[in-house]
Design a protein around this ligand. Structure first.
Ligand SMILES: Cc1ncc(C[n+]2csc(CCOP(=O)(O)OP(=O)(O)O)c2C)c(N)n1
Ligand SMILES: [Mg+2]
Length: 280
């Protein structure tokens, strides 16, 4: 890696690269992990935790903090990496992931500093986000709420019930990000239950919509920082991503969904991430 190349990467890109490196290390542990969906959302998490969210790791109970709900709770390894990098707990703790006695389990729980809610059962995060946004309004607080949904998760009817509620309650300080990686557990989302035209669908539910490429964390942060995009409407950023992003041998494949990386594939993954970084 030349220093000239390294300097070209933005701070958020470097953070996203560190998140990916931690995710790959965690998925090489005995438990494995939801690798593909954590890698597809690494740039989103970097943008949120290092630009957008008004949070302070030293004051996790500050009532004015912004709230983030990882509705696709299976991507916990990505969240843990982002929280550790942001200073909620030591980066070294990531090595305990999935091991007996660790608070870093397959799905996030509130024992982990910075985790607002336990998640993992898909379809519930948006309703919970509506609750945060409504509570902020009643308390007269300006805090914003962000919810990250998977695209397969959009097949849950409860997502759309909450989407109707958010629009009718005019929750303009609520923002959804859809990790539109095109894959769910067993295959392509559009092969199982087509979602397109996804932006039009959200628009018809009364949301302000932006549909963007999902792997430029600076661009993602610009959009998310600029919200609310339309007065009186909640916002949804559809981030077009690649499942397994950063690992060419897994990118765009359902097999990236849950992986226990063998020592050989871990080494391969580490090499691949270094190459991607050098090319940046
Ligand atoms: C209610 C519910 N049903 C099933 C599952 C099992 N499950 C975990 S991840 C997943 C696929 C989710 O796909 P998507 O939302 O697209 O996530 P991503 O591609 O970002 O990993 C499923 C079915 C679950 N966690 N919750
Ligand atoms: Mg998906």
């Amino acid at each position: 890696m030349t220093s000239t190349r390294a300097r070209r990467q933005s701070t958020l890109e470097l953070v996203a690269a560190r998140i990916r490196a931690h995710v790959v290390d965690m998925c090489a542990g005995p438990e494995g992990g939801h690798l593909g969906g954590a890698l597809s959302s690494a740039d989103i998490l970097a943008a949120l935790y290092f630009s957008v969210l008004n949070v302070d790791p030293q004051r996790t109970d500050d009532p004015d903090r912004d709230r983030f709900v990882l509705s696709k709770g299976h991507a916990a390894v990505g969240l843990y990496a982002a929280l550790a990098e942001r200073g909620y707990f030591p980066v070294e703790e990531l090595t305990t992931y999935g091991r007996p006695g660790s608070r870093l389990m397959g799905h996030p729980v509130r024992a982990v500093p910075g985790v607002e809610l336990p998640t993992g059962s898909l379809g519930h995060g948006l309703a919970l986000g509506c609750g945060f946004a409504l509570a902020h309004r009643y308390a007269g607080r300006d805090a914003r709420t962000f919810v990250l949904l998977g695209d397969g998760e959009l097949q849950e009817g409860s997502v759309w019930e909450a989407a109707i509620a958010a629009a009718s309650l005019r929750l303009e300080r609520l923002t959804v990000i859809v990790d539109r990686n095109g894959l769910q557990l067993t295959g392509a989302t559009d092969g199982i239950a087509p979602l397109e035209p996804l932006a039009d669908r959200w628009r018809s539910f009364g949301w302000a919509v932006r549909d963007v490429a999902g792997h430029d964390p600076d661009e993602l942060a610009r959009h998310l920082d600029a919200g609310p995009w339309e007065p009186g409407r909640p916002s949804v950023l559809i981030a077009r991503t690649v499942k397994g992003r950063g690992l060419p041998f897994l990118e765009g494949r359902s097999s990236s969904h849950y992986v226990t990386l063998s020592p050989r594939n871990h080494a391969r993954a580490v090499r691949a991430l270094r190459t991607t970084e050098d090319a940046g």
